[in-house]
Ligand binder design. Structure first.
Ligand code: ASP
Ligand code: MG
Length: 483
């Protein structure tokens, strides 16, 4: 069947452009995609490790330390130049690409020296530094692609991704971005040129460089894919897609061929590092499909993200609901308890207000129906701060014994079973807790019902691995039933 799709956005992560070998594979993938899609945009991350190195240099400079700058310069030069020398066939083109990259390395040195003189790095200065990684890799990748015989042009996304000035975590203006992106990219497509652009970066309406936050190149793919709009967005990474569990914990973990946007949102939230969580929203709203695939295993179909709504409601089979299991470690459960809380409106509002005032977010909440206790999870490093804030806010109730105690457990883990239908499928909770019971794993708290795609439970830290393995058996067993 002929391909009726025209517009494709592909994003390559840091490891996918992190070495000459990886760049050869990326170049090949781009060439093949170009043969199918006349309007192709390629978004690149910085070469792996580069953004960390840049930010470290700026942080050291802010402390007055520029001693490691010469080493950083040569690391960056070696990383980019060795790939350029190996892959850019035309000597002149190779030299001009290296010259541009040298200029950017010099910008790093200048910025770090200025930061050292000032003794501080503003968020705006940090973004100017962090953006250099993508600004280097985009030139390298475009030259490599051209060496494969494909016409390509490097273009910095700061020319068309318009954001507010919330440096280090800027939000895009979709309307302005749509107009500018089409203006910049359509002429390239019409001339048969592949647009190679930077992930992670935008600019304020005045043209000051911003970044979308760490790991933000995925988000760039979501933004650019939705404004063009693309027929599809493919994210190229270094794993085969989204897995049923962390393979370091569960040997039988495998790639999911398909997962819905709302399911992956639970996974992204619960610590799966495959996709930046913000990527999804613009694509869901624009109805654009997304695929996650492996640069180092390109014939593997990867994971397709599909729209929600695959649950069959009550007819669902409990044995097919759970698709993936994840764990968030290093949490503590905080409990506020007291007989005087019964029927008193506003305790929860004040409790969460007190937590919010410490800048802590809460991944799980439960409350007993007697209303005599509220319990919620927080990252363990925030526990002292949160307890102090609660004690201060409830000082009167604590002294009058309406609240008996505000306390935190030792470190625990939150285990989440993800799959569409967890709320509407009879028997699913029974299966999950049955599995945990068989292994004598105690469940300290449960959160379920706020979404139809997950059930979360809190277990002792030492039970984490065992609990993930136990719940993963449900996935393995359901596949065996299918066969
Ligand atoms: N280079 C940026 C980072 O390391 C963005 C990205 O790779 O997604 O955070
Ligand atoms: Mg990433």
């Amino acid at each position: 069947m002929p391909n009726t799709k025209q517009t494709l956005v592909m994003k390559f992560g840091g490891t996918s452009v992190g070495s000459a070998d990886a760049l050869i594979k990326a170049g090949q993938i781009i060439k093949e995609a170009r043969a199918q899609y006349p309007r192709l945009t390629v978004i690149t991350s910085a070469m792996s490790g580069v953004t960390d190195l840049l930010l470290k240099s700026a942080t050291l400079a802010a402390q007055g330390n520029v001693d490691s700058l010469p080493d950083t310069e040569s690391t960056l030069r070696e990383k980019h130049f060795s790939a350029a020398n190996a892959l850019i066939r035309d000597e002149k083109h190779c030299e001009s690409t290296k010259l541009e990259i040298s200029g950017l390395i010099q910008t790093l040195v200048d910025l770090c020296r200025a930061i050292a003189v000032l003794g501080e790095a503003s968020p705006r200065a940090m973004d100017a530094v962090a953006s250099l990684g993508e600004r280097m890799s985009v030139r390298l990748l475009a030259a490599v692609v051209e060496s494969t015989g494909i016409r390509a042009k490097a273009i910095e996304s700061s020319e068309f991704v318009v954001t507010n000035s919330h440096f280090q975590s800027a939000n895009p203006d979709f309307q302005a971005t749509a107009e500018k992106a089409r203006q910049c990219l359509n002429p390239l497509f019409e001339a048969g040129i592949v647009a190679i652009t930077t992930g992670f970066i935008g600019a304020t309406p005045d043209g000051v460089i911003t970044t979308l936050g760490r790991g933000g190149s995925d988000y760039s793919a979501g933004i650019i894919g939705s404004v063009l709009p693309a027929d599809e967005v493919w994210i190229w990474t270094d794993v085969d897609g989204v897995m049923t569990a962390d393979p370091r914990l569960v040997a039988s973990a495998r790639t999911l061929p398909e997962i819905s946007y709302s399911e992956i949102a639970e996974l992204a939230y619960y610590g799966a590092k495959v996709l930046h969580p913000k990527t999804i929203r613009p694509l869901v709203e624009a109805g654009i499909g997304l695929r996650i695939c492996n640069t180092f295993n390109p014939s593997h179909p990867g994971t397709h993200l599909v729209s929600n709504g695959h649950s069959n409601g009550k007819g669902n089979k409990a044995d097919k609901v759970v698709k993936a299991v994840t764990a968030i470690r290093k949490q503590k459960l905080v409990t506020i308890e007291g007989r005087g809380m019964l029927g008193v409106p506003g305790v929860a509002a004040r409790a969460f207000g007190a937590v919010a005032s410490t800048g802590t977010s809460v991944p799980l909440i439960t409350q007993a129906s007697s209303e005599q206790s509220i319990c919620f999870a927080i990252p363990s490093e925030a526990a002292d701060h949160v307890l102090a804030s609660l004690q201060k806010n409830f000082a009167v109730e604590l002294s009058e014994r309406d609240i008996d105690r505000v306390w935190a457990t030792d470190e625990v883990a939150i285990i989440t079973a993800v799959g569409y239908g967890t709320r509407n499928t009879p028997g699913i909770a029974g299966q999950i807790f049955g599995k945990l019971g068989e292994r004598e794993i105690n469940v300290l708290a449960i959160a379920h019902g706020s979404s139809d795609v997950s059930i979360s439970m809190v277990v002792e830290t030492e039970d984490t691995e065992n609990a993930v393995k136990a719940l993963h058996e449900l996935i393995v067993e359901s596949t065996q039933v299918n066969i």
